[in-house]
Design a protein around this ligand. Structure first.
Ligand code: ADP
Ligand code: ADP
Length: 229
């Protein structure tokens, strides 16, 4: 579903060129569960931004679900972001005054979906992450792990084929972080492709493939044995 060939992202800083990504070749199949690791400055965020259609490569090709993304304009990028990709962040970015249902339905309001369908789909997404009994709670009435599950439900609401998560367990304790990784594992088994950035080996060990970046290049790309979680 994702294919990158000789993908580069360079930044020109005065007379210096920073090669944030340098000739990346990568392929991801539907339903993969992947951790992206590497030291600070190795290109993880740049790679996620390009995969997430928030940024475009300087050169090389990037194909997502059959579309060439590398040549798209901002409108086309926005459309593909909304339809095909769900984003989850380290800080949860929920609105504190809105309850879980209202937070999760937000992307559907922007998409012009009518109210009854919005509530039904938000309820379904919250049930998928095990929060069917917290629909009218507000973020302040939930634990950190529950809040991140609401954020995952919101990322799922448009049925994206791809979920991108930047340090999704970075603000969570170990047990709660493991729970979130189990939810991602279930989603990938159900057909979603999950790519996440983490710097914690324990968190990465939940995934089925670890890509290690260094200086904008792929240092290791390793398939993992199935882990009990
Ligand atoms: P950003 O998205 O702001 O570029 P990163 O995605 O590189 O940041 O990292 C997210 C968070 O993880 C940051 O708070 C960063 O300080 C921390 N982090 C990144 N890499 C490491 C590492 N190797 N060891 C410890 N913390 C790290
Ligand atoms: P990571 O997420 O692994 O910490 P980044 O993808 O954020 O790494 O950064 C990769 C390299 O690209 C770093 O050397 C960083 O300084 C550089 N870089 C990232 N964004 C910019 C930018 N907007 N302008 C100039 N250089 C950048």
């Amino acid at each position: 579903m994702i294919s990158m060939r000789s993908l580069c992202r360079h930044y020109e800083m005065g007379d210096q060129v920073v090669k944030a990504l340098d000739a990346i070749d990568l392929t991801f199949q539907q339903s993969e569960y992947v951790a992206i690791m590497g030291p600070s400055g190795s290109g993880k965020s740049t790679l996620m931004n390009i995969i997430g259609c928030l940024d475009t490569p300087s050169s090389g090709s990037y194909e997502l679900n059959g579309s060439q993304v590398a040549d798209m304009d901002d409108n086309q990028l926005a459309r593909i972001r909304n339809r095909e990709i769900g984003f989850v962040f380290q800080t949860f970015n929920l609105l504190p005054r809105l309850n879980c249902l209202r937070n999760v339905e937000l992307p559907l309001i922007y998409a012009g979906v009518d109210a009854d369908e919005r509530i039904e789909r938000a309820r379904g997404a919250l049930e998928r992450v095990g929060l069917g009994d917290r629909l009218t709670h507000k973020p302040g009435e939930l634990s950190g792990g529950q809040i991140q599950r609401v954020a995952i439900a919101r990322a799922l609401i448009n049925n994206p084929s791809l979920i991108l998560a930047d340090e999704p367990t970075g603000n969570l304790d170990t047990v709660t972080g493991n729970e979130i990784m189990s939810i991602f594992g279930e989603l990938s088994s159900a057909g979603n492709t999950i790519l996440l950035i983490t710097h914690e080996e324990d968190i990465a060990s939940h995934t089925r493939r670890i890509i290690r970046l260094r200086d904008g290049r792929i240092e290791h790309d390793t398939a993992q044995q199935e882990q009990p979680s």
